[in-house]
Each structure stands twice: as structure tokens, then as C-alpha cells.
Design a protein. Structure first.
Lengths: 67, 188
């Protein structure tokens, strides 16, 4: 799964730690999602979408191997 | 005059040092008695190691976001388990009836249950990635310990000395740590 989390976060000038605080998760989790090492759960994906004011599919895009 | 925040931090430090020191001292006591080393030395080394760890954890909280009260609860449960195991090993050597012996064997089991429940509660308090890391680490620890125990059982058939259960617990902890480092590296 590819995602635009890093770009969205940079647009708002938030650090990973600030975003983690807003979502009530660890910085490690944000880092793993941004690097594509971890796909978040649906509730966390919804929280992210709400926070950035967009849809889940605007943040996450499947790659060929996910299909 | 110290502010409320400073007082709160100090009280947190005191609680952490007490819990970690107590747990370390219990570990030291159990292992000193198990391996026939001086008990005072065991308690001293274990207690000092625990206090140092408590100090470190207070000043630099671990990446795993356990609330400290749950970490302290794990320490108290571990202490209960270790001391119950010592009381058990003392009582079981006395001239007990079968029903008394059965009751005595429940003591460490209660301690072990308290420890496992406190670990479960701490893991449940983590966020989703950290919970996954811990769960995978436990799975690796479980598999590694199973391989070690089964492998050593075969060695025992070949004439190797019987193994102390304390060593099995140490192996389990080491395997868990290896599993955790491996999964932490994977999700880095």
C-alpha cells in the first residue's frame, strides 16, 4: 500500500511526533506507516482521513502487489 | 519552592524506583538461592540493577507506550511470583500432607497468573503497531523456547544434566527480547 501521509503532514508542517499525538498513537507507528512498512487498521485510517479532511483513498493507494 | 509538576515527577520517580528496585531485589534473591550464591549479594545486585533500570525508564521512557502504572504493576506481579516461588520451594520441603502440598503449589501459580494478566493488560494498552510488535515477539519467544526445551530434552536422553526451570524462564525472556528486536527492526 502506498500513501501520501508524509506529503500531507509536510503540508501542515507537522512533525511525526505531533501527528502521533493528534492520533493518540506512537511516533513509531506514524514512521512505519509513512515508510510503507505497516498498513494501519481501518479505524486509524478513518482517523487519519478525518484529521486531514479527505477520504481514505485520497491518502492510501493500493500497489500492484496488493491487488 | 518545588512546583506541582516537579513534585508529581518526583513522586513518579520514587514509585518507579521502588517498583523496579523491589522487582530486581526479588530476582536477585531467587537466582542467588537457586544458584547457591550469597542471598545478600543477590538482593543487593538485583536491587541496584532494578533501581538503575527504574531511573533510566523514568528519564527516558521506552518507545513502547506503556502507562508507567501498568509497568509498575508488572513489576509488583513479578515480585509476587518470585517471592511466592521461594515460599513454595521452602514449604514443599516440609512434611506436608498431599492436600497441603497441593495448596502450596497454587502459590506460584497465582503469582504467575498475576504476572501474565499484568503483561496482557500492558500489551492491551499499547497502540496497534506496538501491540502487533509485542504479539509477534511473544510468538517468536514461544517458538524459540519450545525449540530449546524440546532440543534440550533430547540432550537429556543423551546424558546431559537436567535443567533448572529458572534457566528456561531466562531463555524465554531472551527469546522474547530477540523477537522484539527482530520485529522492531522489521517495522522501522
Amino acid at each position: 500500500m502506498k500513501n501520501r501521509l508524509k506529503v500531507l503532514r509536510a503540508e501542515r508542517d507537522w512533525s511525526q511526533a505531533q501527528l502521533a499525538e493528534l492520533l493518540d498513537v506512537s511516533r513509531q507507528t506514524i514512521n512505519a506507516i509513512e515508510n510503507g512498512k505497516y498498513d494501519p487498521s481501518l479505524p486509524l485510517a478513518f482517523k487519519l482521513a478525518n484529521l486531514f479532511g479527505c477520504r481514505i483513498e485520497d491518502i492510501f493507494k493500493p500497489v500492484a502487489s496488493d491487488k | 519552592m518545588k512546583s506541582d509538576v516537579q513534585n508529581q515527577a518526583m513522586s513518579e520517580l520514587t514509585k518507579n524506583l521502588f517498583a523496579a528496585g523491589l522487582t530486581g531485589a526479588s530476582f536477585g534473591l531467587l537466582y542467588a538461592s537457586g544458584f547457591g550464591v550469597s542471598l545478600v549479594l543477590g538482593v543487593l545486585i538485583g536491587g541496584l540493577f532494578g533501581i538503575a533500570l527504574g531511573f533510566r525508564l523514568t528519564n527516558r521512557p521506552p518507545k513502547m507506550r506503556y502507562p508507567m502504572r501498568l509497568a509498575r504493576r508488572m513489576g509488583y506481579a513479578a515480585t509476587f511470583f518470585l517471592l511466592a516461588s521461594m515460599v513454595y520451594s521452602y514449604l514443599i520441603d516440609l512434611d506436608l500432607t498431599r492436600s497441603q502440598a497441593l495448596l502450596v503449589t497454587l502459590l506460584p501459580t497465582l503469582g504467575w497468573t498475576a504476572l501474565v494478566v499484568s503483561i496482557g493488560m500492558a500489551i492491551a494498552s499499547l497502540d496497534e503497531l506496538q501491540r502487533r510488535i509485542q504479539t509477534e515477539a511473544i510468538a517468536i519467544g514461544f517458538a524459540g523456547t519450545a525449540i530449546f526445551v524440546a532440543g534440550y530434552a533430547l540432550l537429556q536422553f543423551a546424558g546431559f544434566a537436567t535443567i533448572n526451570v529458572g534457566v528456561v524462564l531466562l531463555v524465554m525472556a531472551a527469546m522474547w527480547l530477540v523477537g522484539k528486536l527482530w520485529t522492531l527492526w522489521r517495522y522501522r
